[in-house]
Design a protein around this ligand. Sequence first.
Ligand code: CMP
Length: 139
Amino acid sequence: MATNRTFTMIKPDAVEAGNIGGILNMITEAGFKIVSLKLTQLTKADAEQFYAVHNARPFFGELVEFMTRGPIVAAILEKDNAVEAFRTLIGATNPADAAEGTIRKKYAKSIGENAVHGSDSDENAAIEGAFHFAGREQF
Ligand code: CMP
């Protein structure tokens, strides 16, 4: 059964471009409640662990370099069917394929620098949320 929470990061490209406010606004306008929120920066070890599933991909080094180059915003979001609803809101991984009205259509630059992360399953949402937030930081 789908749970009602997902995890997101606003990635370094979108933070650098001054788009934290615009992206958080799209998220809350779409009916997500923010239950955890912080500005933080991933270490190389954090990024390698977070993206371990991609470690055999040719873009892995580039991905780790990108995700550690500046601050990110980490957040846990709540809404019915949150994982699927949020992936619809962010749009396709490649912004060239992202639908009108999605966060990536508006803010992403490329398949690598694609502005936002959204968990791909309830299981990963729980793992990724716990990676960044203690229980007392989840409201
Ligand atoms: P996301 O889906 O959030 O998590 C995996 C990330 O890997 C993805 O966003 C992109 O940032 C990155 N990625 C996926 N495919 C490519 C690619 N072909 N080249 C570079 N980066 C990629």
